[in-house]
Design a protein around this ligand. Structure first.
Ligand code: ZN
Length: 59
């Protein structure tokens, strides 16, 4: 009986967002993928350009 596998609790939901195609996915392992699974960009973690887009108002 390996029912424990179904009940494993993730510490935190880690989402990766590609800065190139804005594709958001959740990695299944702790190892980050080398490329974006959507657009295949190797620098998906690096910002493509300067953008002061930090206006996230939640009220
Ligand atoms: Zn991408």
């Amino acid at each position: 009986m390996s029912t424990e596998a179904k009940h494993f609790i993730t510490k935190e939901v880690r989402l990766i967002r590609c800065t190139h195609c804005s594709h958001v996915w959740q990695p299944r392992t702790e190892v980050l993928p080398k490329v974006c699974p959507n657009c295949g960009s190797r620098k998906y973690l690096e910002p493509r350009q300067r953008k002061t887009h930090t206006k996230n108002r939640r009220s």
